[in-house]
Design a protein around this ligand. Structure first.
Ligand SMILES: C[S@@+](CC[C@H](N)C(=O)[O-])C[C@H]1O[C@@H](n2cnc3c(N)ncnc32)[C@H](O)[C@@H]1O
Length: 258
């Protein structure tokens, strides 16, 4: 990853680490349940959680496997996740700092790699997927969840601008076919995938990134001025003087190493 993108990620998440630890949308959800069910069916023993954030996915997997490594680029995020895991009595999680595109682990050392709500921050997703393939044992699974790119170019450009204004470390999200291509190129085969919608309450979503009042007003103006069909693609709800919510489409993928 470029130093500039790493600085952006660390600035955004370092300053807001505790908000991610306490975020109910990250602590639980249908998406986490699905990843966990896939993981349980794989009977995994060693799990790597890439871009662990507040550590919620790592914590969930610590309940069903012997060894979990929680990995993240942002040290204050890891510190917050570690403190949270301790309060939950999860002593088996090891916390390691680093970049998704340079995993400091031996080849074939994990049964499952998870990566939830994070790949849209990676400067080079293809490189991260190659690294994940390298550390997975043959037959092991990547369990991935992320925001799904929109097939309509205008709707996609609209939501990308919204995301980047709220969080400058957002790079982009990918469509299902693009994910399939990254995974295939690295030697991973999609076994199962599904789509879910996640409701974003606007004040919580913008508040978590501590946007200034001015930046938030500008973003709300941008949303209001956007073509109706772009807003409709994400089911934006507007009140007279505020944006209320929108719906994020998320993709879940289980892809196995060939
Ligand atoms: C939204 S949080 C992840 C949420 C978490 N996976 C969960 O299940 O609650 C995004 C995290 O990605 C991390 N991140 C972003 N780019 C990264 C990279 N290139 N390598 C490792 N971690 C990265 C950030 O530091 C941040 O902690």
């Amino acid at each position: 990853m470029s130093d500039e993108q790493a600085r952006r990620v660390q600035a955004q998440f370092g300053a807001n680490a505790s908000a991610y630890v306490t975020s109910p949308l990250h602590a639980a959800g249908d998406d986490l349940d699905r990843l966990l069910a896939w993981g349980a069916a794989r009977r995994a023993d060693r799990v790597l959680d890439v871009a662990t954030g507040g550590g919620h996915t790592a914590l969930a997997f610590a309940g069903i496997v012997r060894r979990v490594v929680a990995y993240d680029l942002t040290e204050p995020m890891l510190a917050a996740a570690r403190a949270h895991a301790r309060t939950r009595g999860a002593a088996s999680i090891e916390f390691v700092a680093g970049d998704a595109d340079a995993l400091p682990f031996r080849d074939e050392s994990f049964d499952v790699v998870t990566c939830r709500t994070a790949a849209h921050h990676f400067a080079d997703v293809a490189a991260a997927v190659r690294q994940i393939h390298r550390v997975l044992r043959p037959g092991g699974s990547l369990l991935l969840q992320d925001i799904l790119g929109h097939d309509d170019a205008d709707a996609n450009a609209f939501i990308l601008e919204v995301e980047k204004r709220r969080d400058p470390s957002h790079v982009r999200s990918y469509r299902a076919a693009q994910w399939n291509a990254f995974l295939r190129a690295a030697g991973l085969t999609v076994i199962e995938d599904s789509l879910i919608w996640k409701l974003r309450e606007w004040s919580e979503w913008t508040g978590r990134m501590r946007m200034s009042a001015e930046a938030r007003r500008d973003l709300e103006d941008f949303v209001r001025r956007a073509p109706e069909r772009c807003r409709a693609a994400f089911e934006f709800r507007l009140a007279e003087d505020a944006v209320v919510s929108f719906n994020d489409r998320q993709i879940l993928i289980r892809a196995d190493r060939d």
